[in-house]
Ligand binder design. Structure first.
Ligand code: AMP
Ligand code: GLY
Length: 452
């Protein structure tokens, strides 16, 4: 007789949640997703409950006998979904509202980093835009980054080459009602230069499991040009972080941050995501997130051979130290985000997407849905676009080059009017690998001359 399957609720409706649901269902769980999308419907049951409807989620978890809830996006975490579930005696994976402030408030994050002596950009905080402006005017002209304190879906950050650009950023924070709440505090930071990488760890607050390093692609267009986005693609692992550097990141950044949070009486449980700049002086924190990155999660989970369910369960029960370390595939994975015309601005939705089945036939590929829905009334096989970042086309391969080739051949099978993607996902990693290989060839002794 087989064991009864576990029932897990995944909160969210994007590519990250599709990847989590996909992996959990491969681990043998029966998965519900709220609200999900057309992709999650194929492997799980979608519940028509918004990700931020905490009472609705709680009711569903109780009435459906859910024994573990996994939260994808930051908004419900910051709004206290974990606190509400725990108060009701339900098991849930993620940080409390207080701990999620590590992402929800950039000032809180900086204070924790300061307490833990964790390397990060120097900064000044301001409680008013006027003060921030005065500070900029009184200082020498140099590159800075202007950040609104609160959550602004990645749009409250302005990387500025000079004072004029920084003053413009302050002005736009002042004039845009979207920022009025987020801009009640403002940070002006030194601009860091280097390579950007993402390192995530799963933690129950005491034990920490560091996950393979990834690189995201935040700019909209090839060559890192254009506006900032939620992320246009990722690959795993990135060669920019070798085992020694990953150890340093764990010891100097992740562990001290966890300790500082515990000392501040906000112990963190869930996924701690460090956005890092690899500078000349070593890795420095750009930001922390309180959840899996998206699209990093898609590329990461494609590489996970052992059970995700077991890890998440252990965190919920605070016994992560008793679980064997996760096992990862050899080789690499690449996720290419396919976006709708106009993203990161306004987009047209409801366009039929063709070629999904053909794409899924590509060796090593999985097509995660980021923003899709079915036609209403449903038509068999008809999947419609439903947002900016629409699909997260992911492939594994024996090498990074093979994973990239497979991901883009799956992309080529998919069509909808105006669909586009970056063409250079993983190229920085591939170039680095090529340069490293050519150095090895140069350093190798030349073959001995044949003896007469
Ligand atoms: P954040 O939301 O704080 O991660 O910022 C979004 C993006 O802005 C980051 O992914 C970086 O590309 C960039 N950024 C943020 N802070 C800095 C900094 N101090 N120096 C250079 N770039 C930064
Ligand atoms: N990919 C960046 C993030 O999830 O914040």
């Amino acid at each position: 007789m087989s064991a009864p399957s576990r029932r897990v609720l995944v909160v969210g409706g994007g590519g990250r949640e599709h990847a989590i649901a996909w992996k959990l269902s491969r681990d043998g769980a029966e998965v519900l997703v709220a609200p999900g999308n057309a992709g999650t419907a194929a492997i799980a049951e979608n519940l028509p409950i918004a990700a931020d409807d905490i009472p609705g989620l709680l009711k569903a978890a109780q009435s459906r006998g859910v024994d573990l809830t996994v939260v994808g996006p930051e908004a419900p975490l910051v709004a206290g979904v974990v606190d509400a579930f725990r108060a009701a005696g339900l098991r849930i994976f993620g940080p409390t509202a207080a701990a999620a402030q590590i992402e929800g408030s950039k000032l809180f994050c900086k204070h924790i980093l300061h307490r833990g002596d964790v390397p990060t950009a120097m900064f000044q905080e301001f409680r008013s835009l006027t003060r921030a402006r005065e500070y900029l005017e009184a200082r020498e002209d140099m590159p800075v980054v202007v950040k609104a304190d609160g959550l602004a879906s990645g749009k409250g950050v302005f990387v500025c080459g000079d004072r004029a650009a920084a003053l413009e950023a302050i002005a736009s924070l002042g004039s845009d009602p979207q920022f009025s709440k987020a801009a009640s505090g403002v940070l002006i930071e030194e601009r860091l230069d280097g390579r950007e990488v993402s390192v995530m760890a799963i933690t129950d607050g005491r034990t920490l499991v560091t996950l393979p390093p990834l690189q995201d692609h935040k700019a909209a267009y090839d060559g890192d040009q254009g506006p900032n986005t939620g992320g246009m693609g990722a690959y795993c692992p990135t060669p920019f972080v070798d085992a020694a550097l990953l150890g340093e990141i764990e010891a100097r950044i992740l562990v001290p941050t966890l300790h500082a949070m515990r000392r501040a009486k906000v112990p963190f449980q869930g996924v701690l995501y460090a956005g890092l700049m690899l500078t000349q002086q070593g890795p420095k924190v750009l930001e922390f997130n309180a959840r899996f990155g998206d699209p990093e999660c898609e590329a990461l989970l494609a590489m996970l051979d052992s059970s995700l369910l077991e890890l998440l369960d252990a965190v919920a029960d605070r016994r992560l130290e008793a679980v064997a370390p996760p096992a990862w595939s050899d080789g690499a994975s690449v996720t290419v985000v396919m976006a709708s015309e106009g993203y990161p601005g306004a987009v047209e939705k409801g366009l039929p997407i063709r070629g999904l089945e053909a794409a899924a036939q590509t060796e090593g590929a999985v097509v995660f849905h980021s923003a899709t829905r079915f036609a209403d009334p449903p038509k068999p096989g008809a999947v419609l676009s439903d947002g900016g970042r629409t699909l997260a086309v992911t492939a594994r391969g024996d090498s990074l080059a093979q994973a990239k080739l497979r991901a883009y051949s799956a992309v080529r099978a998919i069509r909808w009017p105006g669909a586009w993607c970056r063409k250079d996902i993983a190229d920085k990693g591939l170039n680095f690998e090529r340069q490293a290989a050519s150095l090895i060839v140069e350093a190798a002794p030349s073959p001995a001359e044949p003896q007469p």
